[in-house]
Every structure is written in C-alpha cells, then in structure tokens.
Design a protein around this ligand. Sequence first.
Ligand SMILES: [Zn+2]
Length: 87
Amino acid sequence: MPRYQGARLSAQLNGHKVRVVCIRCKLRRQYDGTALVSRVGPGVSLPDLLTRLAVGLGCDLNISPTPNGIRCALHYEELGAGPEGQR
Ligand SMILES: [Zn+2]
C-alpha cells in the first residue's frame, strides 16, 4: 500500500479544492488542486507543497528556526473529499 507521503500529488489533488489554514498568520486560502499540480509538478509531496505554499503566503515561520517553539501553523483543511461533498 502506498504511504500517505509517497502518494502521487496529482492523484490526490486533481479535481479537488485545496484549502490551507494558518491560525497564527490568520489566513486561509483555497486553491484549485489541478492548477497547483501543474504549477509545482506531480513529484512534489503534500508536505513539500505545504512548505511552498507557506513561503508563497509569507508564512516563513514554517521554515524558520524555532528557538522558542513557535511555528507557523499552516496546514491542510479537509483535503478533497470533505463531508460536504462539494465539487
Ligand atoms: Zn503561518
């Protein structure tokens, strides 16, 4: 069975909305999954993509050294198949 991190990005995101939320930076963004994959390429893992999005959004705390444990809290919010079933 493929592991979560090893799964193909394109298979997970194509046709889905990708929502990311950061409670520290107080931002919330929604992307078109298919457009994201075409932008970053299908070989990028979900954690890698999250880091790239964080950089693009100015959430640089996500990749900065964290001497006091404060990190950017950017994360995925219900990736794809949410309970609402919206398409
Ligand atoms: Zn952030």
